[in-house]
Design a protein around this ligand. Structure first.
Ligand code: 5AD
Ligand code: SF4
Length: 440
């Protein structure tokens, strides 16, 4: 998500645009949505809109939304309420709802309640072009079109949708089945981005390791990308598709960030089966062993759901055990949220809220203890830090080490550059570095 006002694109504005039109894009949810927002950002720029950051300054507001948990919907409802108020005051003129909520049935009711002008799902975002006054968008804005150009960090979509049917998950409903992008198309985009100054490429997809194209597998693609981009990462992985070869490549290839995000969801085989995850905890542990051996200094993160219907105390204990054994560097822990249309929404065995809350805190505590201990080991060492976000008022930039640790570092070095600095302290979530000795 951009935090600055984006200048108008160099392309001519659409007919009839005065150049004074303004638009605000708000993104909720995952990196896929951030990437889709980038694509829409280019459409509105081409249509002659200046991007603004506050709703009250915008003629058009685009909410690019997430549907994965109920609280994501609640947040969006809050924003829609606020936008209606601004509209009554004559400030905001039009509101578009895009992304995963837009693709869900619930969007029809929201559209009525909040008088939304345009609702788009995840497969027809190109229709936004027409809405903002650009012609022939079907040809111009295909999913192949890169969303980010010339930025220091760029997302590159390698696949969309998902072929799994996890009990709790709405993603296959709102994003459809897996479609893999051709290797040449991905490599072409990466090469163009790198030529335009991009230093960091993140390959995106719901289950990137499931990527296949004309006999090539994900590891082939990753290796090829790692040869043309100076810095590469990928997300999200699925334990069933994850190949040892990929894990070893992370360790061996200098340009791949040694950071693995591998959602486990639960440590209990019984729950993994109920969730239709397609693997047992033992497979997951084995994958982690290979990763830790390939990249001993690397970072490992995961997703865990607590309180899925039918989760017993014994299941929960097994999750805690797995968390301890895998010593995650970080984890996204989610309380189960029933999504209409998913299998889990109608399963018996609802876990009481108080129990969910306790389990959530227990997993969180376990993760944080491990992460804190692991981060402490980095203190005193000197690291090469890639600056992701430039310094804010407090003089600290946010960067990333090659091991994938997030670092706050005292520097005004520009995003996209690297500095070398000593790690002075560490918390459970980030490392803190002193002033860099030398720019790299
Ligand atoms: N409830 C709670 N967490 C969920 N996730 C997906 N669907 C749900 C749900 N209904 C979590 C999973 C997934 C992450 C992106 O969101 O852990 O990996
Ligand atoms: Fe959802 Fe499962 Fe697909 Fe991940 S693998 S997007 S959790 S259905």
């Amino acid at each position: 998500m951009s935090s600055t006002t984006v200048p108008l694109s160099s392309k001519p504005a659409a007919k009839g645009s005065s150049g004074a039109k303004t638009a605000c894009i708000r993104t909720f949810g995952c990196q896929m949505n951030v990437h889709d927002s980038d694509r829409m950002r280019r459409m509105i720029q081409d249509a002659g809109y200046a991007e603004v950051q506050r709703y009250e300054d915008a003629d058009l507001v685009i909410l690019n939304t997430c549907y994965v948990r109920e609280n994501a919907v609640d947040r969006v409802k809050g924003h829609l309420g606020e936008l209606n108020r601004l509209r009554r005051e004559g400030r905001v003129k039009r509101v578009a709802l895009t992304g995963c909520i837009g693709a869900a049935e619930e969007s029809a009711a929201l559209s009525q309640t909040y008088h939304i002008d345009l609702v788009l799902g995840t497969h027809n975002t190109y229709e936004l072009a027409e809405f903002v006054g650009l012609p022939t968008m079907r040809e111009t804005y295909t999913p192949e079109l890169p969303g980010t150009e010339g930025g220091h960090n760029a997302f590159v979509t390698i696949m969309t949708g998902c072929n799994y049917q996890c009990s709790y998950c709405i993603v296959p409903t709102v994003r459809g089945r897996m479609v893999c992008r051709a290797m040449e198309s991905v490599l072409g985009e990466v090469e163009r981005l790198v030529a335009g100054g991009t230093g960091y490429v993140t390959l995106l997809g719901q289950t990137v390791d499931a990527w296949r194209h004309e006999g090539k597998r994900f590891c082939d693609l990753l290796e090829a990308v790692s040869e043309s981009a100076p810095r590469v990462w990928f997300t999200t992985s699925h334990p069933s598709n994850m190949e040892d070869r990929t894990l070893r490549a992370i360790g061996e290839r200098d340009t791949i960030v040694k950071r693995l995000h591998l959602p486990v969801q639960s440590g209990s085989d019984r729950m993994l089966k109920v969730m239709h995850r397609g693997y047992k905890a033992e497979r997951y542990r084995r994958k982690i062993e290979v990763f830790r051996e390939a990249a001993p200094d690397g970072t490992l993160s995961t997703d865990i759901i607590v309180g899925h219907p039918g989760e017993t105390e014994e299941d929960h204990e097994q999750t805690l055990r797995l968390v301890e054994d895998c010593a995650f560097d970080s984890a996204y822990i989610f309380k189960f949220s029933p999504r209409r249309g998913t299998e889990a929404a109608s399963l018996p065995g609802t876990v009481p809220d108080a129990v969910v809350q306790r389990r959530f805190l227990e997993v969180l505590r376990q993760v944080e203890q491990n992460a804190f201990t692991r981060n402490q080991r980095k203190v005193g060492g000197e690291e090469e830090i890639y600056i992701r976000h430039g310094s804010t008022e407090d003089g600290k930039a946010i960067g990333e080490t090659w091991s994938g640790h997030a670092v706050h570092v005292k520097t005004d070095a520009a995003p996209g550059t690297c500095v070398r600095a000593r790690i002075e302290s560490a918390g459970p979530h980030v490392l803190y570095a002193g002033e860099p000795a030398t720019p790299v």
